[in-house]
Design a protein around this ligand. Structure first.
Ligand SMILES: [Zn+2]
Length: 238
């Protein structure tokens, strides 16, 4: 496990496979902290996430919510365990929630030859234990952290993929709609609908964003809108 402070309120937690993000809000009137996690890594990561929260100087008991950007097992794998331990509310888009709950099989991605190659190099991932979803969200809903986190529906990677845009601090959690690997910001891979995924990237690139964090890859701490626009420019034309 590795813990990186991206901004004063935002930590990146790199897990055995997958990434979780910790957002810390101060509650008014000496009410202490309120914590939000965005994604949870693969199954079996709960102890590492908890250790990271403590290393960041926070108490996991202050965990209020776990937002899942989409249903894939490297994002939702430890959500059920963390929610059970800390009583946090689990949030996911309406269209991915049935998969998170284990009630619906996931749709398979449409892979290019390039993506087939990447996938062949990945380790097999443990399945995500079914996780209750307490709150199903839609595009435009606002979550109570970071001064108001706007849900941006970005279908294409999965039907119910979401990004989270915090207009106040100018922060974007992209989930797997976008990746930032090897110094290059790009469309995420393993999409169920590549054309819709490209549209989703265009939409994210139109938002005012200073800091972007990704489902996979390094954070872009400053000037993230330009990085997102560069990813749009790399999209195949036509
Ligand atoms: Zn994914």
């Amino acid at each position: 496990m590795e813990l990186i402070r991206v901004r004063p309120e935002l930590y990146m937690i790199t897990l055995d496979f997958g990434t979780a993000y910790l957002w810390r809000d101060e509650e008014g009137d000496g009410g202490g902290e309120a914590l939000t996690l965005v994604d949870t890594g693969i199954a079996g990561s709960a102890d590492d996430v908890e250790a990271a929260v403590r290393r960041a100087g926070s108490d996991p008991a202050a965990l209020r919510r776990i937002v899942l950007t989409h249903h894939h097992e490297d994002h939702t794998g430890s959500a059920a365990e963390l929610a059970r331990r800390w009583g946090a509310e689990v949030v996911a888009h309406r269209l991915d929630a049935p998969v998170v709950r284990g009630e619906q099989a996931p749709a398979p991605p449409v892979l290019s030859p390039f993506e087939e190659e990447i996938r062949a190099g990945l380790p097999p991932l443990p399945p995500a234990p079914p996780c209750p979803v307490d709150r199903e969200v839609e595009d435009g809903e606002v979550l109570g952290f970071g001064g108001g986190a706007v849900v941006v529906h970005v279908p294409g990677h999965t039907d119910g993929s979401i990004a989270l845009h915090l207009p106040g601090p100018g922060v974007l959690f992209t989930g797997d709609a976008v990746a930032n690997v090897g110094g290059r910001t790009m469309l995420g891979v393993f999409n169920t609908d590549p054309a819709r995924a490209a549209d989703a990237l265009r939409r994210l690139a139109s938002l005012p964003v200073e800091t972007a964090v990704f489902g996979h890859g390094d954070p872009v701490a400053t000037g993230a809108s330009a990085a997102l626009r560069s990813a749009v420019e790399q999209l195949p034309q036509g």
